[in-house]
Design a protein around this ligand. Structure first.
Ligand SMILES: Nc1ncnc2c1ncn2[C@@H]1O[C@H](COP(=O)(O)OP(=O)(O)OP(=O)(O)O)[C@@H](O)[C@H]1O
Length: 241
């Protein structure tokens, strides 16, 4: 993996003539995990898609890029809200999809290892249609980790998981993505409190930076600082809804 850059996005977005968000100044520190929360439809996924150079359907007036000035293309892995699994491929093939599309040979056994780490070894020969929603989401997580990129964009990556699996996958992702620049969109204040080195709340009118603890991530679910931050974040989100 190459050295992770920081990311920035400055500007505002609108749909036709209607303002969506901004002007905002989003700064993602290099090698740190940033959580982005905010009401549904405010434009969180749009910010991820802008960084990933994907079509958004909105007009963005501003600039975005990396702190080192080099192009972001080829340095980003995106886990979208939809799992985007290929129905005709089995799980191992789906996890190796990026390498297959680039005509590269994936590292030996890495797909199997990652599928084991997300708890899907017994399903490895199955196809996506044979899985539950939460299992499919874990395949998509394994595929994202397989990409081994310095910048990782996660759009509600644990939303379909039961509480226990969700905590386990938060632990796994924090371990696997340590030292990378992560932007993680989530609706879960507890998740942001566990994982965010930096926590941002996007509203129609502003971007609020909520002070986060300096402690290592993933923070314990039952620590006083996580419970306190979770409550503060929920209050913040309720103020802006
Ligand atoms: N392809 C598109 N064409 C037109 N408008 C779009 C398109 N995609 C999204 N939008 C609109 O852009 C706005 C922001 O969408 P976005 O998905 O970024 O919100 P979000 O904050 O991620 O929401 P959620 O939390 O519900 O996922 C929404 O009002 C949505 O209707």
């Amino acid at each position: 993996m190459t050295t992770p850059p920081g990311l920035f996005l400055r500007g505002s977005a609108r749909i036709d003539a209607k303002p969506l968000f901004g002007p905002v100044d989003v700064t993602l520190p290099a090698g740190r995990w940033t959580c982005l929360l905010g009401p549904s439809g405010v434009g969180k996924s749009t910010i991820l898609k802008l960084f990933a150079d994907l079509a958004t359907g909105v007009s963005f007036d501003g600039t975005f890029g990396s702190s080192d000035g080099a192009p972001l293309a080829g340095r980003i892995a995106l886990m979208a809200q939809e799992d985007l699994l290929m129905p005709w491929l089995d799980l191992r093939q789906n996890v190796s999809l990026g390498a297959r599309l680039r005509r590269e040979r994936p590292p030996s056994d890495l797909a199997e290892t990652l599928l084991a780490e997300v708890g899907l070894t017994e399903h490895i020969r199955k196809h996506p249609a044979e899985l539950s929603g939460g299992q499919r989401q874990r395949v998509a997580l394994a595929r994202t980790l397989m990409e081994d990129r310095p910048v990782v964009l996660l759009d509600e990556p644990f939303s379909a998981l039961d509480a226990r699996t969700r905590a386990d996958m938060q632990d796994l992702a924090a371990d696997k993505l340590a030292g990378r620049t992560v932007l993680h969109v989530t609706h879960d204040p507890g998740e942001a409190a566990r994982l965010g080195h930096q926590i941002l709340v996007l509203t129609e009118t502003q971007l609020i930076k909520v002070p986060a603890p300096h402690s290592a991530i993933p923070r314990p679910v039952d620590s006083a600082e996580v419970l306190d931050l979770q409550a503060r974040l929920l209050n913040q989100l309720r103020q802006d809804s």
